[in-house]
Design a protein around this ligand. Structure first.
Ligand SMILES: Nc1ncnc2c1ncn2[C@@H]1O[C@H](COP(=O)(O)OP(=O)(O)OP(=O)(O)O)[C@@H](O)[C@H]1O
Ligand SMILES: [Mg+2]
Length: 399
């Protein structure tokens, strides 16, 4: 987990719906399960002992099937739903201990919310919809307008500010909803199935844009979704819920590599392994590496000994320069490797997915390098390593 101090800390969060919650809570705490408590008291357990952190600037996805408690969890964070037990902190503020006035202030200044239903006012222009929260805060018209227009531009709706919601497509309306939240410049965005009403293609665009936006604006985002593909597209950590409890938290690759139980295993069963396992997971240490001033003869000797398909060539700084295959080396004799480099882009970053690695492997000579931000060589992946990585996942998911 990150070394950064979390922006949001959720601890032992529990929500029991119904008048009997104070009868139900002790039963739950005494170890009775959700069904037993519901049967005994009639109270509905929405959330039970939920604990997780959200780091500053991360997109955390709260995922689970319908009724698993995702929305309840999200709404307990800013107390739109009052938790029955447990605590929520944002930085050093204990949200669960705030009085009504401080809570309102906190909600106004720190949290933005975006829902599945765009909930735009039909008779207000996009600009006036986006201004709404600022208007409520009593921000003067000129400042309000500037902030609204900036937010409208951020979400890619420039030029649409004087239109009405009905004149915009669903995707554009959701952008306007996002702009309305961003206009208030909150640190934390709480998004509940925000893209679920959109067409698949538009939805994918919005996911990519949210990731790009988040990188730029550095907001902390808690994103509720029932869709594993969406969680993977958003790229961050996932809190997987079932029956009001957290079953596992981590990345999709963590779920795949080490599922906490049968439920998680089945949840990720149909995951696109190539889309979540990274080059860093599949690489192995390079064995046939030569600096670029070495001769072809020298490289050929090492290549033959190693059984690798290509020699990987690096500069004095250890940065990847390209690869040279055995045929080329055989013909070149005493020539320096730097003059023989063929596949100069036979490399992927460590964070690349296997999908990207496969594409590179397919266009290369059977082996690619895995590199760091400055091109430093971390490892290599040959065709056989890729197959081994896939087989490993298959075996792991089969058990
Ligand atoms: N106001 C309420 N009163 C009683 N029970 C409720 C209330 N709100 C939610 N619940 C129950 O709490 C549980 C969790 O509901 P929640 O809305 O958080 O699920 P969800 O994961 O968001 O589902 P969905 O994907 O359908 O939106 C469900 O069993 C639901 O019926
Ligand atoms: Mg919900």
């Amino acid at each position: 987990m990150s070394e950064k101090k979390p922006r949001i800390r959720v601890r032992g969060l529990t929500k029991i719906f119904g008048d009997e919650q104070h009868v139900a809570l002790p039963l739950l705490q005494a170890g009775k399960n959700r069904d037993e408590v519901q049967k005994a008291t009639g109270a509905v357990i929405g959330l039970q002992d939920v604990t997780f952190d959200v780091d500053e600037g991360e997109i955390l996805v709260v995922m689970g099937l319908s009724g698993s408690g995702k929305s309840t969890c999200l709404r307990c964070i800013n107390r739109l739903i009052e938790p029955t037990a447990g605590s929520v902190h944002i930085d050093d503020t204990d949200v669960t201990a705030l009085g009504e006035r401080d809570l309102m202030e906190l909600r106004r200044t720190r949290f933005g919310m975006v829902f599945q239903q765009f909930a735009l006012f039909p008779h207000r222009t996009i600009q006036r919809n986006v201004e709404y929260g600022l208007e409520v805060q009593g921000v003067p018209p000129a400042a309000r307008r500037d902030k609204a227009m900036a937010a409208i531009e951020t979400v890619g709706l420039k030029g649409w500010d004087q239109h009405f919601p009905s004149q915009l497509s669903g995707g554009m309306q959701q952008r306007a909803g996002l702009a309305r939240a961003l206009a208030l410049d909150p640190d934390v965005l709480l998004m509940d199935e925000a893209f679920s009403a959109l067409d698949p293609l538009i939805r994918r665009d919005m996911q990519q844009e949210l990731v790009a936006l988040q990188k730029r604006l550095k907001k902390t985002i808690v994103f509720v979704s029932h869709d594993l593909d969406e969680a993977i597209a958003l790229g961050g950590r996932i809190v997987l819920m079932k029956d009001g409890r957290v079953v596992q938290q981590g990345t999709a690759a963590d779920f795949l590599a080490d599922p906490a139980d049968e439920y998680v295993r089945r949840f990720v069963e149909h995951i696109d392994v190539l889309g979540v396992v990274t080059a860093g997971d599949a690489m192995r240490p390079p064995v046939a590496v030569r600096p670029w001033q070495s001769s072809a003869d020298e490289a050929l000797a090492i290549l033959t000994q190693s059984g690798e398909p290509v020699v990987t060539v690096v500069c004095e700084m250890g940065r990847f320069q390209g690869t040279v295959d055995a045929d080329t080396l055989r013909r070149a004799g005493a020539t320096e490797l730097r003059l023989l480099l063929s596949d100069r882009d036979a490399c992927v970053p460590r964070s690349a997915t296997l999908n990207e690695a496969v594409a590179r492997l397919a266009s290369g000579r059977g082996e690619i390098a895995v590199t760091g931000p400055d091109g430093e060589l971390f490892g290599v992946i040959a065709n056989a390593d890729l197959i081994a990585a896939l087989a490993r996942r298959r075996v792991e998911t089969a058990h």
